[in-house]
Design a binder for this molecule. Structure first.
Ligand code: FAD
Length: 443
């Protein structure tokens, strides 16, 4: 049985490990942490004086992914793992925007942030771009430029940039339209069918609970987990090897030198690739999960455009997204991103004061949280900006070279999507490539 080694037991590494093990590979997974999950962790929330939230302590805070956009293939993966994905509650269909600026009388929370003339302007611009065949993003075009060109300034600012900043936490003036929207315009008819989204999902115990199921499946199929083990490539000769780590870590590992069964390999494509990857920028984030006495608004969440005098990027209404039977009202507030890195210097007390003030402004509720969990990410996600677009283009032939010469494959959320459904798709594609390469060697 062929062996494959994977560095990183986050979602990328673990989902690939299960896919390879299912194809008959003996898979060894290594992670420097003493748990699987990487960025993802679901931890119980505690009240100051009343102990854990929820009667059984079942109320938790998500550190990274709160929900998963489920595709048919991901749904099938969860089914194979024996997981029971939750169905989003009917209320979660409601998504809100906050807008006061530029609207007569101010609107506050709204399902559609554009006025009548702005909506007409959006329809006109969009139709014109469709008729003239100029919808596709140009190489190197920013989201802001694409938006102004195809949907008009108001829709670009209040809808497009606001929504994308809620996912990628980037700066609209630097986000890459091609990386964010290119797939929509490149899709063939069959791809469209394969990309179908079934809605959002999670699990009763939180997103992180899927890792226990992946661990069991891996071990059942003869794989092994080596937790608490930090790997350096210069003394790791095993192949095939997959680096399922952040761009920064992949760059560091490759730059420090690669050794294989033939000994150390010198400065070559791996060094050049390391140099490329080290140029990838990261965005910082803060997520605050908090319990409040009153319900702010039932729904999925609310997005906040820049320029409204608020620092929050978006609020997720955790309690009403899935019916988990929580009696506590839990919200997740996301701050920071490419346009507000300074917020990381605020201490917990200042952050909670800011949150309380902004909650009063958005929802009209003057309350302080009864429980909270604050997570600060100095380097949360790769910045999906035009620099990343250029780097990925330059890195593509170097990555192919590394695969064919060194049998080293790259995986992770800097290669085309941060969402778990995209990472899972890459896991399936990689598993197929590794299997094919193994067959070719045997032939
Ligand atoms: C605040 C926030 C909210 C998010 N919300 C969502 C959401 O709602 N939905 C969604 O789909 N996605 C969301 N995401 C994105 C998603 O969580 C990530 O893209 C995904 O978890 C990344 O997984 P990964 O396995 O690629 O990387 P990681 O989770 O970073 O895993 C990499 C692993 O490699 C290990 N490692 C690194 N170096 C070494 C080494 N030398 N040796 C051994 N091990 C090593 C690390 O310890 C780590 O465990 C969110 C992210 C953040 C930060």
């Amino acid at each position: 049985m062929s062996e494959v080694h994977i560095l990183g037991a986050g979602f990328s590494g673990m989902s690939l490990a299960v896919e390879l093990a299912t194809r008959g590979f003996r898979v060894q997974v290594y992670d420097e942490r003493d748990r699987t999950g990487g960025l993802i962790e679901s931890t119980p929330l505690r009240h100051d004086t009343r102990g854990v939230c929820g009667a059984t302590g079942a109320v938790f805070a998500e550190r990274a992914a709160h929900t998963i956009s489920c595709t048919p293939e991901l749904g099938e993966f969860f089914h194979r793992l024996g997981l029971a994905p939750l169905v989003q509650s009917p209320a979660a269909k409601k998504r809100y925007f906050y807008r006061e600026r530029g609207r007569p009388g101010g609107k506050g929370l709204t399902r559609w942030p554009l006025g009548f003339c702005e909506s007409m302007g959006l329809a006109g611009k969009f139709l014109r771009a469709k008729i003239t065949g100029s919808m596709s993003p140009e190489p190197g075009e920013t989201l802001r430029d694409w938006g102004d060109r195809v949907v008009g300034e108001a829709a670009r600012h209040f809808l497009l940039e606001t929504a994308m900043q809620g996912i990628y936490a980037g700066d609209g003036g630097r986000l890459s339209a091609s990386l964010l929207l290119g797939n929509i315009f490149r899709r063939t008819h069959t791809d469209m069918n394969r990309q179908k989204y079934l809605g959002i999902t999670s699990f009763q115990g939180g997103v992180a609970s899927m890792f226990k199921a992946m661990e069991s499946e891996l071990i059942k199929r003869g794989g092994q987990l080596h937790l608490g083990r930090r790997i350096e490539l210069k003394d790791f000769p095993h192949r095939p090897l997959v680096l399922a780590v952040s761009a920064m870590e992949a760059a560091r590992l490759l730059a420090a030198g690669v050794s294989n069964s033939r000994g150390a390999t010198g400065a070559n494509s791996s060094q050049e690739l390391a140099q490329n990857l080290s140029g990838i920028e990261n965005v910082s984030l803060i997520s605050i999960t908090a319990v409040f006495p009153s319900v702010s608004r039932r729904g999925f969440g609310c997005l906040v455009p820049r320029g409204e005098g608020l620092r929050v990027l978006g609020v997720l209404f955790n309690t009403s997204t899935f019916d988990r039977g929580w009696s506590d009202w839990v919200e997740a507030w996301i701050y920071g991103g490419a346009t507000d890195p300074e917020i990381l210097s605020l201490d917990d007390e200042s952050l909670l004061r800011l949150l309380t003030t902004e909650r009063r402004k958005i929802f009209g509720l003057a309350e302080t949280p009864t429980a909270w969990k604050i997570t600060r990410w100095h380097s949360a996600l790769p910045a999906y900006n035009v620099t990343l677009e250029r780097i990925l283009q330059q890195a593509a032939p170097l990555m192919r070279d590394l695969e064919s010469r060194e049998k080293i494959y790259l995986h992770g959320n800097f290669l085309g999507g941060i969402g778990l459904s995209k990472l899972y798709r890459r896991s399936c594609e990689l598993a197929e490539r590794i299997q094919l390469a193994g067959n070719q060697v045997r032939d």
